[in-house]
Design a protein around this ligand. Structure first.
Ligand SMILES: C[S@@+](CC[C@H](N)C(=O)[O-])C[C@H]1O[C@@H](n2cnc3c(N)ncnc32)[C@H](O)[C@@H]1O
Length: 255
């Protein structure tokens, strides 16, 4: 059986970056979440889903570089950030990290902007009319900002598109899940595909959302490809159930 601690994306370039360089690029998302998210991109490619990837909150590029290594030929990675925190020098570090980790300039689009003033058509225009197959939302961590970013991302997604939401169930941001549940009420055609469990308090859980029509197709492959990382109890979204992918799949032993 595969060692759950060895979770891989299955994309050679991603897995090399995760093994050798991921932790050298400052950032917050876990290596485990990057492996599963890029594994989902591999699954998308297998199922014929094509498009660009985008991230709100690119910071120094840690997570976006992983996603960019999972792109198919002709697809690009859009990195959106205010690039002003902790200082404006973060923009240069983002560009340098992308260069150092072999994300060629024609494969990425850097957008220094605040999403608060953005509309979906602005995102599409940046992508030259292209749609997004995977959108990682990791910007401002308030209920209102997450609601706005979800409304920004949803119209630009392609059929089969996946939304990955960072810092769900993080003790520092307990209201973010309210924005997700409100979103799911507004978009009943969307559902939670799985939860990617945390590595630490800082590297917290991610919720992965997809269209209901795609749920079974994606779940079937996740069950097959990530057997060693499936926590047996699953997540109860009342009444919907979805997979929990974790590095620790143990249940309490009461024997
Ligand atoms: C937690 S960091 C992102 C970490 C990164 N995604 C990773 O996985 O390592 C959050 C980022 O969101 C950016 N951000 C916060 N609010 C934003 C907004 N309204 N528009 C654009 N970027 C924003 C911040 O500048 C910061 O770089």
């Amino acid at each position: 059986m595969t060692d759950p601690l060895e979770a891989r994306s299955g994309v050679a370039a991603v897995d090399r970056y995760l093994a050798e360089d991921y932790r050298t690029v400052p950032g917050m998302s876990s290596r485990f979440a990057a492996a599963i998210t890029c594994g989902l991109m591999r699954i998308q490619s297998r199922l014929g889903v094509t498009g660009d990837v985008a991230e709100i909150g690119a910071f120094e590029g840690r997570f976006l570089i992983a996603l960019a290594h999972a792109l198919a030929p002709g697809e690009r990675a859009l990195g959106i950030d205010r690039f002003d925190w902790p200082t404006p020098a973060v923009l240069d570090r983002f560009e340098e990290n992308c260069r150092r980790h072999a994300i060629a300039p024609e494969r990425r689009i850097t957008w220094k902007a605040d999403t608060a003033g953005m509309r979906p058509q602005d995102v599409t225009a940046r992508l030259g009319g292209g749609l997004v197959r995977l959108f990682h939302i990791d910007g401002e961590h308030t209920r209102a900002a997450l609601t706005h970013d979800l409304e920004l991302a949803t119209p630009v997604m392609c059929d089969g598109g996946i939304l990955v939401l960072d810092d769900m169930l993080h003790p520092g941001y307990p209201t973010l899940v309210l924005a997700v549940h409100e979103y799911l009420q507004r978009y009943p055609e969307m559902t939670v595909l799985c939860i990617i469990d945390r590595e630490s308090v800082v590297a917290a859980s991610k919720f992965v959302l997809c269209g209901r029509e795609w749920f079974e197709r994606y779940e079937a492959v996740l069950l097959e490809d990530y057997k060693a990382n499936i926590w047996p109890m699953g997540a109860n979204f009342e009444p919907h159930w979805c997979l929990v992918l974790s590095l620790d799949t143990a249940l309490p032993d009461f024997s």
